[in-house]
Structure formats: C-alpha cells, structure tokens
Design a binder for this molecule. Structure first.
Ligand code: APR
Length: 402
C-alpha cells in the first residue's frame, strides 16, 4: 500500500481525521488492530460538547446523533443529603448531547466506508519506521485471505497520524530522548459500571459523600453508567453486586425534607454489563509530533473521566490536524503542521485544568485532616455554582464546551 496519510487507530480521533482528509481529497488508510465489530460495540465515553456537535454537524457527520442523541442542559450535585441543581445549559445558552462513543464510532466508520474509504481492521501495527525520512512506513500484521496464514503488510506514507490510544505503538515510536510527557496520579480509583437499567433521573448526578464520590450518567434509555470512588488498588472482585447497589444508594441519597425531590427516584438495580477499576490520572504528552508522526486523542493525552472531556479532546485534535494537512497538501504550506504541538497544547492544558478543578470539587483531597472544613468549602463552591455570577457562568461554558 501507498498513501498520503496513514492513520493508526479507528477510534473517534482516527475516524474524524480520516473523514476530513477524505473530504478534502487527501488519500489515507486507517488501520486498527481490532475487528470492526469490536470497535463498534466497545462502550466508553458518551458526552459530546456543544462545539463538537456543531463541528460534526457542519461537516455532515452528525446524522446518527441528530436522530438518537439526547440533549442535556442540567446536572446535579449532592452533598450531605442536599441537592444542588445547576442549569448550565440555560447559563451557557447551549447543551450537551449524550450519544455513546461506540455509536459515534460506528456512524463514522459507516460514512467513511460508504464514501470509498479503506479501513484495515484486525491489522495490528507492530512497527513504525522512517519518521525522520521523506517516507514513513507502517508495518502491520494481517492474515492471508486464502489460507489465513499470518502475513506482514507495509503501508508507505508521507505522514502518520498516531490515533491509537495511550497503549498504542505511535507514541512509543518517538525516541525516548525526544519524548516528553507529564503525569498526575491522583491516588483515587473509580469503579466504572455500566448497568442495563434506566437512569433514576434524566440528568447527571455527582454525589459527594463521606464514603466517597458516586456518579450516575445516563447513556441510553436502557443503559446507565455509574461510578463509585474506591481505592485504585481495589479489584473488581472486591465489589460484588450487593455492595455496589448498597453504596450507590447510600452515597446518592437525599434528605427527605429537602425541597426538590423530583430528581431522587429510587435507584433500581439492574444487570451489570461492565465493572472495572479506573486509576484517576491525567497524562499530557508534550511531544505531540516527531518528524512525520503526529499524535491525536488518547495517544497524546489521557484525561480523567471527570468532566467527560476525553472524546471531545480527541475530536478537537483531529479537527486541527486535518486543517494542517489540508493546508500542506493544497497550498504547500507546512506551517500549521510544524506548529501542531504548539497550537494544541494550550487547549489540552485548559481542558486538563478544568477536569482537575472538577475532580477537586467532587472528591475530598484535603489532606490537612479536617473533613468538616473541606465539606464546608465544597458546599460553598456548590452554592456558588447554583448562583448567577461569573463563577457559575464560567463553569457552565467550560462544562458544556461552548
Ligand atoms: N495497531 C492498530 N490499532 C491500534 C493499535 C495498534 N498497535 N493500538 C491501538 N489501536 C487502536 C485501538 O484498537 C482503538 O480502536 O487504536 C484505537 C484507539 O481508539 P481510542 O482508544 O478510542 O482513542 P481515541 O480515538 O484517541 O479516542 C479517545 O476514547 O478512551 C476513550 O475517553 C477516551 O473518549 C476518549 C476516546
């Protein structure tokens, strides 16, 4: 194979990039180590920012989410049994769209292939070469069509877009002495759950409890994501079903004499279809490009799930990277490409900062010992979020991704 841009990874970052390049008449091939079925059914994120939805819409990539996405404009915090309802959509004048990542991926795959694009599924990339030369080479494993024996294929390209996630091969191909990344490990675990049960409220709930954080995020009418703060060392087996539902109920409970009880319907236990422990951390690769390799999405940065920014950041990287490739191929101007890292990093850090701020709001990271002091502070913050001032407006704009 020979192409202009070799895209490693068929997640949101790789697919958005490939579609934009295809639209601009730039040749590209996408490779993914997994099968199509696997990537189309892998449940991950689900909240799309307003500006990302607008971007997908402008480019004609939003048919599925326009049909099946659900708009969210309100979220709720709970502390000491009280509810703090934040109508961020009214404040910002726009909404989130809830549309599971696997649906986004599946829609983009369908569109790219329907428009004549090539995605090589079940093609794990095992080596990337020639990053400092005129021609880069992607080596991948595949199966012979006739007898299914293993074969090695090569894709030659002008550029490689590393959209293969944090454990992919792209970021690992940058020489260590040219590579730099910074990490924050929060020492917090989240038990991430998906349950076949409707959400008890239509809005997202962030419950700040003395036993730890609990969250509820609607995904589809039948499936809800829940999170429970736990030790990062916990194993899934430490969390039998009974304990999970007990902790969720306890941490999300509201006082019965509290004003608005409309959002406090009883949690109904349902079949758990995913249960895994996440280690809360953020990692920013400050080398987003090396030679003719460009990293986008999780390959370049990991952001904690707090604030639901991961998929949005991945798509935003690809939007900029595609523009840079288009300017290069149309006008012979490589300035934007050469400034990819420099341009994207400030946006990445703004997003990381928001997620870090929110993480500190919903967890008790106060190590000075006074639980009460820390809870009062958090209460004061929540009261400000429910107010009408700049504090609340800034939160609303950042949260919804205006
Ligand atoms: N060869 C080919 N493909 C690979 C390889 C490899 N060596 N390693 C990984 N991949 C593929 C994976 O199979 C996956 O489909 O790269 C793809 C990366 O996709 P994502 O993990 O979805 O990453 P990205 O597109 O950056 O999207 C980020 O995913 O983790 C969530 O919360 C995160 O929402 C964010 C989004």
């Amino acid at each position: 194979f020979r192409t202009q841009v070799g895209v490693v990874g068929a997640g949101p970052a790789g697919l958005v990039l490939a579609l934009l390049l295809q639209q601009a008449g730039i040749a590209c091939i996408v490779l993914d180590r997994q099968t199509r079925e696997y990537v189309e059914t892998r449940a991950r994120a689900g909240f799309l920012e307003h500006r990302i939805v607008e971007f997908l819409r402008r480019n004609g990539f939003s048919k599925g989410l326009d049909l099946r996405g659900v708009q969210h404009t309100t979220c709720e915090f709970r502390l000491e049994g009280r509810q703090y309802i934040v109508p961020y959509g009214d404040m910002a004048g726009c909404a989130h769209t809830v549309y599971p990542q696997q649906f986004v991926v599946s829609d983009l795959i369908e569109l790219f292939i329907a428009r004549g694009g090539t995605i090589l599924f079940s093609h794990p990339v095992v080596k990337i070469e020639g990053l400092e030369d005129d021609k880069a080479v992607i080596h991948c494993h595949a199966q012979n069509n006739i007898d299914h024996s293993p074969v090695v294929k090569q894709v030659e390209c002008d550029f490689i877009a590393g959209c293969d996630g944090f454990h992919g091969i792209a970021r690992a191909s940058i020489p260590p002495d040219r590579f730099s990344a910074v990490t924050r490990q929060y020492g917090i675990g989240w038990l991430a759950l998906l349950a076949e049960v409707p959400s008890s409220t239509e809005r997202v709930i962030y419950a700040l409890h003395e036993s730890g954080f609990a969250g509820q995020m609607p995904r589809t009418p039948q499936v809800t994501r829940f999170y429970l703060e736990c030790s990062p060392q916990d194993k899934e087996s430490d969390w039998p079903e009974e304990r999970i539902w007990h902790e969720l109920r306890k941490r999300m409970a509201v006082n019965s004499n509290d004003g608005d009880r409309s959002g406090n319907d009883e949690l109904v236990p349902g079949k758990l279809i995913e249960r895994r422990v996440l280690d809360m951390r953020s990692v920013v690769t400050e080398t987003m490009q090396y030679g003719n390799l460009f990293l986008a999405g999780d390959a370049a940065h990991i952001i904690t799930p707090v604030g639901a920014k991961g998929m949005n950041l991945a798509i935003a990287d690809s939007e900029f990277l595609a523009e840079a490739f288009i300017t290069y191929y149309r006008e012979g101007d490589g300035t934007h490409l050469s400034k990819y890292t420099e341009t994207r990093l400030p946006h990445v850090w703004q997003t990381i900062e928001f997620s870090d701020w929110m993480l500190r709001l919903i967890h008790n990271l106060d190590e000075s010992g006074s639980r009460t002091f820390s809870d009062r502070l958090r209460r004061a913050r929540l009261e400000r979020l429910c107010g009408q001032g700049d504090y609340a407006n800034t939160f609303a704009a950042n949260y919804v991704g205006k």
